[in-house]
Design a protein around this ligand. Structure first.
Ligand code: SF4
Ligand code: SF4
Length: 360
């Protein structure tokens, strides 16, 4: 199997129909002004005109998933006892996610280090991750909120993907990234792609050039620790935030969850649902004490986790793919780039004995 094939634009619908015949196919679809990932409908063309409003994270990490069912029955031999029958609910089937952008699929590499690691193996996540293939679209040009290049990525980053589609004349050069991805390319609708290799390389370089110069985030982990107790700084950074949580729910690298049991009579389900660290309730303890009582504490945690604590645990890898969704979708105009830059400025100024030099 060739590792790069040419997919003509005219064959896209037929190829998607082919993929849908053997997998659950998930594509970006327009819903009002938003573009969100959902089941493929052959009568509606996927919307790949721009990066989706929500990332594809729910395809592997659903917003709400049933992980166990249980039934309670009275022990007929001893009515003082109740017998509980539990049944684990594991994900099944295989799926292909078509049309995510590189930042959206790269988000799963952040999850992999947490959910599929020697220290912790999350069977629900791993089962879905291993049975989900990503056919990702390289970007032609960066948007104003994109900063994938700040975090070591770029508009044609294939990490987390199985196939990368690079736009070329009349279609895409489909680059097989994984063995399973290369298998998806063994369709008569695709033809050998060597002659498009030069054009694809130029398209990737052009997209990279559309990004402005990258900030150097190497000092960020230490700087965020240096300003950890500086609540005047965090109060200022969080002043506009209304704690809506849009930034976390739309983030391809946020992975906090909650576990609840939903009972109906003598039976019920154990559910895992996304949680949101920007909410007051996230760390509220049963005693009423809350270790993160203000939005300043919560924003500090969100930024600190992505740019300092996570890199500290995972060999320097930043837990942000630079997609800019939190910037584009924040109703209050909070910009995570400016906060990280301001923290670095603040820490540097503090080392130099002055506290005024600062970005935001
Ligand atoms: S989207 Fe903006 S306003 Fe909403 S919680 Fe995030 S930072 Fe705050
Ligand atoms: S923190 Fe913002 S820019 Fe970074 S991955 Fe999440 S939504 Fe994207």
């Amino acid at each position: 199997m060739e590792s790069s094939m040419y997919l003509p634009e005219a064959s896209l619908d037929a190829w998607l129909a082919e993929l849908a015949s053997s997998h659950e196919l998930i594509v970006p679809r327009r819903e009002g002004d938003a573009i969100v990932f959902g089941p493929y409908d052959p009568s509606v063309s996927p919307d790949i005109s721009r990066d989706a409003t929500a990332p594809p994270k729910s395809s592997v990490f659903p917003a709400c998933e049933e992980i166990m069912r249980y039934t309670s029955v009275k022990d007929t031999d001893d009515l003082s006892k109740t017998l509980v029958h539990m049944e684990e609910v594991m994900p099944s089937g295989s799926r292909v996610v078509f049309g995510a952008r590189p930042c959206g699929t790269r988000g799963f590499t952040v999850y992999d280090r947490v959910f599929d690691a020697p220290a912790m193996h999350d069977p629900y996540y791993v089962a879905r991750r291993q049975s989900t293939l990503f056919v990702t679209l390289a970007c032609s040009e960066a948007g104003s909120a994109c900063f994938c290049h700040w975090v070591g990525s770029g508009p044609a980053d294939a990490s987390g993907s199985d196939v990368l589609l690079v736009p070329v004349k009349g279609g895409w050069l489909a680059e097989g990234v994984s063995d399973k991805g290369r298998e998806l390319l063994s369709s008569p609708l695709l033809t050998p792609g060597e002659k498009y290799a030069g054009e694809a390389k130029a398209a990737k370089a052009k997209a990279m050039e559309s990004l402005d110069s990258a900030a150097d985030l190497k000092p960020a982990p230490e700087a965020l620790l240096a300003v950890f107790d500086d609540m005047e700084f965090w109060n200022r950074m969080s002043a506009k935030c209304i704690s809506c949580g849009a930034c976390t729910y739309l983030c391809p690298t946020c992975y906090c969850f909650n576990i609840t049991d939903e009972n109906k009579g003598m039976e019920g389900s154990r559910l895992r649902t996304w949680d949101n660290c920007m909410s007051f309730q996230f760390t509220l303890e049963a005693s009423g004490h809350n270790p993160r009582p203000t939005k300043a504490h919560r924003l500090k945690n969100r930024v600190g986790h992505k740019f300092s604590y996570y890199p500290g645990l995972h060999g320097g890898a930043i837990a942000c793919c630079g997609c800019g969704r939190c910037i584009k979708s924040c109703p209050a105009g909070v910009d995570i780039r400016q906060i990280v830059l301001a923290a670095m400025d603040r820490a540097k100024a503090s080392r130099q004995g002055n506290t005024t030099g600062e970005h935001a």
